[in-house]
Design a protein around this ligand. Sequence first.
Ligand code: ADP
Length: 391
Amino acid sequence: MADVQLSNITKVYPGPVQAVDNVSLDIHDREFVVLVGPSGCGKSTVLRMIAGLEDITSGTISIGARVVNDVAPKDRDIAMVFQNYALYPHMTVHKNMAFGLLLRRKHFVWDNPLGFLLAHGRWKQARAERRDIDTRVRATAETLGIGELLQRHPRALSGGQRQRVAVGRAIVRNPKAFLFDEPLSNLDAKLRIGMRAELKRLHRQVQTTTVYVTHDQEEAMTLGDRVVVLKDGVIHQCGTPYEVYEQPINRFVAGFVGTPPMNFLDGRLVRDGGNLYFTDGHQRLPLAARHQASLAAHVDQPVVLGIRPDVWRPAQAPPGSAVLNAEVQVVEPLGDRTDIHCRTASHPHMVCRVDARTRVTEGQTVPMAVEMERVHFFAPGENGATLSLAR
Ligand code: ADP
């Protein structure tokens, strides 16, 4: 087990394509860190640089306090699990899992009687080492629920079983760190959720430092001790799942984390009778007490209001409270909850997530009560910085 440290890592591919731009990150011993971001944001490149599969243009990578920039992948003592599993098709599950360990054996003697005659001592050591590898493979396979499949070949396994073998092959080596590159992407939705929980349980058990790459923000939130949100090769925010969800540093993070995504309304802040209001030009909302002071400097300036789908709902509210009138366009029942797609005078598409018992009719215009304590404000622009966090 070990820390993994990235210091000012940059990667420029020929082209030139700036895939990773001055990324610094300290991944602590035993921590599970998830790199998440849209396709092409550079997350796989970061992972591949940690693995040594990609040269670093500039910066330093250390694993367990050792700078590994010039260390070959096989000597970094890390194990990587790929999206396509990368199993050897001609080997059994047992052999696939044991292969890495067999290659690293200290005492290598062909298992035949001649070997016994030639080098009895070494032969015995080699046998002991093989037995040890076999024990480790079987124990790991049991942990992963694939103990019955050890003699099968990959072609005779389901996608989920193949993924378990790939994970088992990584675990059995007991490396300093695990690197996962979108390992669940090829599984169907139900299996993905099951494997997600299993990976989390396994990490609790083996406690190996883990760097995990995914484009799926829900996977990132459920798995990571910390989540690193990347865009265009740059880290936008690094924090606990709670922090990136509740305290997004900018509009990009706010919109990327959370399903359905946050609704954004362009507008301005205005002052009236000593109080601040947000207006989209048609309707106005009074700011909560906690925002009144922190946003005072932005009066008469354009701002973006961020409302998560569960932060507003159809409700009768007293005059003067925060209400947006919205026209219901589509009602989507999801079983335990319902998504209401609607539009306001200034915004053509917003989503509201409500309790399944809420009754609204498509085409109806309803007052929506907004919990102003829980909304966010951002500077204009797709990466506009938060204006609502105390700094
Ligand atoms: P992600 O994993 O977030 O989808 P990648 O790390 O694979 O993103 O890629 C980041 C950027 O680098 C993308 O613009 C991609 O097209 C580019 N890229 C990746 N690999 C290469 C390569 N071998 N040569 C040139 N450009 C590359």
